[in-house]
Ligand binder design. Sequence first.
Ligand code: UTP
Length: 305
Amino acid sequence: MSAQTSPVAGAFRTAVVPAAGLGTRFLPTTKAVPKELLPVVDTPGIELVAAEAAEAGAQRLLVVASPGKESVAGYFRNDDELEQTLEDRGKHALLAKVRRAPGLLAVDSVYQHDPRGLGHAVAQAGPALADDEQAVAVLLPDDLVLGPDGTDAGVLGRMAQVHAELGGSVLCAFDVPRDQVPAYGVFEVSDTADEDVKQVHGMVEKPAPEDAPSTLAAAGRYLLDRAIFDALERITPGAGGELQLTDAVALLISEGHPVHVVVHRGDRHDLGNPGGFARAFVDFALRDPEYGEGLRRWLTDRLKD
Ligand code: UTP
């Protein structure tokens, strides 16, 4: 682990993963399988996100689940019988894979009974925090944040450092081409002494390219001061009756709460829709020691036509 990504002691202990959405873009599969458990090659997206949180110093993953999606948190429980069978058969590499998720960090869950938006999902985590937890991380499991070389990003660790230096809340952004800004929430920012850290003054959802205040697009990583839970109680639902997390962040900014953004110079994948998921799957499979080479040959051949 590089010095840049070292966990900052005490910045946060709990990483909240909202996983109570309907996953409509993955229907009909999500009738039976939560999209968080779909495998990127052989590993569910939620395990990749949990590993990122653990790497940044999180001690606990708090899954916000809907009734019926208990299997998401359940995935992190040890399966003693399976582990014993693999042990007996000498399948040590598989055994290590099976034991990785339960060994990453403690996992708890809270319920969001109706999918009333991301803000509402995050609000359900508030009562599950200990009194001394002043900040909490939120990681959207749809978003895979990768380093420039496609491996571990360390962005959450960097966000924890910025939180330790500047206080308040810290978000994550990607610098996207201007013609792509209509797909994102875009930050209005001013510079700080650090080129990759900006102070946030506001956020515009899906702006037209000519109206966008910057080309810094929000990614699904947040390190939020505990004040967010109070703000979530004071905002009103927006379109579709959903409570938006960004509205609560905007309220905090308007009240003088410091919010900064770390501009992440790496890659990302959106696992929330089949097209983005396919890219992530291919990207990870191309780097897989077992399947990578064969897939590359097959793809090259396929793309000739
Ligand atoms: P999305 O809107 O991208 O996910 O929310 P979704 O609602 O599950 O998917 P679609 O749009 O129907 O295909 C981003 C994240 O926030 C969670 C989702 O589970 C996802 O991880 N979320 C969203 C909640 O936990 N609760 C909500 O009410 C809404």
